[in-house]
Design a protein around this ligand. Structure first.
Ligand code: NAD
Length: 450
């Protein structure tokens, strides 16, 4: 369902009519530069990451500035991992205030902070935690599709461990990820081919040589995930129910991957999936649990059929397959990456969706519980929680609900399936081993559940 206000904004008519305008978000296109213009890189206190971020920005062929001048900024990175005192926080404000004034459309603010739990003393912990409120407020103030996010890094994290996250948050791949906080710890698991990180093609094909299975890949967000991971170099194993066979075949053909017809709730589903991956593909690197269903009803009218089917597809099947992936002899490779699709409904709750919201909140609980167990195998598990995404599902909503869903976020629009897929690709990278047990919302900083 097209977004009329966005269309009117593009033609300038919305402004003439006095309507709010919807910014056009810059999204990644192969061949486009990762960064569109100069980036301010600054730090407060002892700087752990500014040098590496500067080197990365300059590698992209754009200037890394140390002070705000007349140039329009594409990005602002402030390394606050060494900030300990209120004076340090005030210094951050002094950097950020002129910088946000110069930030251009689809600009990026990225703060890097210390882990509050590791801080020595109340003031340092308070300052580390204050970045959370600061970044979420910046996200709400920025305009024209600009975003603000925070990376919280543990004390033993090296610059290399945040590299894939810095790339993601500064690039157009994170177009609809706003107001988010991701924690980075010392990485688990080594890439299968350590050389791949330095490969000059790495940015266009960061998933080259990786095998990715995507459930629910016949249509919607799952199809976009398959397309995006394939664009980034992964070989796709697309999974969906036999009834969705046509769409599944289309996804497999489009991505040059293979199709596996499988109901993930079948009692032998985990066995069939893992044997298929072991026998036909020499194992798997990335597992995306995307398949999901809704069977909405108010709780007062909820039947056990509706309850059981939603919990079974959205949570039960993921639990079973994850246990199989963790079992001895599983085909999950070293540096394996499991990414689960949760939902904003699982965080904020939603009227008529007790079953769905319970299942999606359950996914978050599962991810947090399994993170240490996947780490023991050198693998990670994380979740993305999409907000309002323009899909067949949201197109069938009543007009008022749909309009409301689109606008109550900082970017004033719905996200696209590719936005969810890009976040999954970030978690899927071999270099993202420092991200484990994380839940990142792809919601344009929705006000719901924030
Ligand atoms: P969709 O209904 O368009 O696609 C879901 C796919 O999963 C379908 O192809 C379906 O056949 C498949 N599937 C369902 N049951 C299955 C089973 N038992 N075994 C294998 N495959 C099965 O949904 P979508 O909008 O693309 O959503 C994808 C995921 O994103 C879901 O987990 C959904 O809950 C989540 N999500 C969507 C939105 C949104 O705005 N659309 C928001 C938040 C979260």
């Amino acid at each position: 369902m097209s977004d009329l206000l966005a269309t009117l904004s593009n033609t300038g008519i919305a402004k003439q009519l006095g309507l709010p305008t919807v910014p056009t978000l810059r999204r990644h296109r192969p061949g486009d530069p990762l960064l569109a213009g100069p980036v301010l890189v600054a730090s407060v206190g002892e700087s752990r990451f500014a040098k590496a971020v500067t080197a990365f920005v300059e590698e992209q062929g754009v200037p890394a500035l140390t002070a705000v001048g007349e140039d329009r900024l594409h990005g602002v990175v402030v390394d606050l991992s060494g900030a300990r005192t209120l004076a340090d926080l005030a210094a951050a404000q002094q950097i950020l205030t002129p910088a946000v004034k110069r930030l251009g459309p689809s600009g990026r603010v990225l703060l890097i902070g210390a882990e509050p739990a590791e801080a020595s003393g109340a003031e340092a912990a308070a300052v580390a935690q204050s970045l959370d409120g600061l970044v979420r407020s910046i996200g709400k103030e920025l305009r024209f599709g600009a975003t603000a996010n925070l990376l919280v890094v543990a004390a033993d994290v090296t610059p290399a461990a945040i590299d894939s996250s810095v790339r993601f948050f500064l690039s157009a791949r994170s177009a609809y990820v706003d107001g988010q906080v991701a924690h980075v710890a010392a990485p688990v698991g080594q890439p299968r081919e350590p050389g791949e990180v330095d490969d000059p093609r790495a940015e266009e094909q960061p998933l080259a040589g990786r095998i990715a299975v995507v459930t629910g890949a016949a249509r919607g967000i799952g199809a976009a995930i398959a397309d995006t991971l394939a664009r980034d170099g992964a070989s796709i194993v697309a999974v969906d129910i036999p009834a969705a066979g046509e769409g599944l075949a289309r996804t497999a053909n489009r991505t040059g991957g293979t199709a596996l017809q499988l109901d993930i709730t079948a009692s032998d589903a985990a066995d069939r999936l893992l044997s298929h991956l072991a026998d036909r593909h020499d194992g798997v690197d990335i597992v995306v649990h995307n398949a999901g269903i809704t069977r909405d009803k108010l709780l007062a009218n909820m039947t056990s059929d509706r309850w059981d089917s939603v919990l079974g597809v959205n949570l039960g099947a993921q639990l079973t397959i994850n246990e199989a992936l963790l079992a001895k002899g599983s085909p999950l490779h070293e540096a394996g990456r499991v990414v689960c699709v949760s939902s904003q409904s699982g965080i904020a709750g939603n009227r008529g969706q007790t079953n769905y919201a319970a299942s999606k909140a359950g996914v978050i609980g599962m991810v947090r519980a399994l993170a240490p167990r996947f780490a023991e195998r050198g693998a990670t598990i994380n979740a993305v929680a999409p907000g309002f995404i323009e899909t067949d599902m949201t197109a069938t909503m009543p007009v008022a609900t749909r309009e409301g869903g689109r606008r109550i976020n900082s970017l004033k629009q719905g996200g696209l399936p590719v936005d969810v897929a890009e976040a999954i690709g970030w978690f899927g990278r071999a270099e993202s081993g420092g991200l484990n047990g994380q839940v990142v919302r792809v919601c344009g900083q929705s006000m719901l559940g924030a």
